[in-house]
Design a protein around this ligand. Structure first.
Ligand code: HEC
Length: 99
């Protein structure tokens, strides 16, 4: 069961990466850490994680666990993201976390 779930997540992750980046730079949009992601983590994660995701280097260092926690729906715990918020932050990660 767990491995099927992981496989699906991997497929979804690859699909996301391709659709988000697909060789066209404009596919990745203009979201950066300072214009968008910093506020996202402050709004949705800091109430529990404190300063754990406060800086760019902390988030980039943990990007793969963050990506799987968000895409699986495990995080934010006790909360939820709209599907547009969810795909926007996952796109930012898939596009290489522009600073
Ligand atoms: C309501 C509190 C709460 C919120 C909000 C929350 N977290 Fe968590 N998070 C936790 C707790 C508690 C743990 C450790 C226990 C666990 O793994 O469930 C955790 C663990 C994690 C982990 C490590 C475990 C794993 O699955 O790899 C990551 C990564 C994570 N959170 C990311 C996030 C992100 C990103 C957000 C914002 C989108 C977020 N969390 C929002 C409470 C929260």
């Amino acid at each position: 069961m767990t491995s099927i779930k992981l496989m699906l997540l991997t497929v979804a992750g690859v699909g996301l990466g391709l659709s988000a980046c697909g060789g066209t730079p404009e596919g990745c949009g203009s979201d950066t850490w300072s214009s968008y992601a910093e506020g996202f983590f402050a709004d949705h994660c800091s109430q529990c994680h404190g300063s754990g995701f406060e800086t760019y280097s902390l988030v980039v260092g943990d990007a793969s666990s963050i990506e799987s926690a968000i895409s699986s729906g495990a995080m934010p715990a006790e909360g939820s993201l709209s599907s547009s918020d969810k795909s926007r932050i996952l796109d930012w990660i898939a596009c290489g976390e522009p600073e």
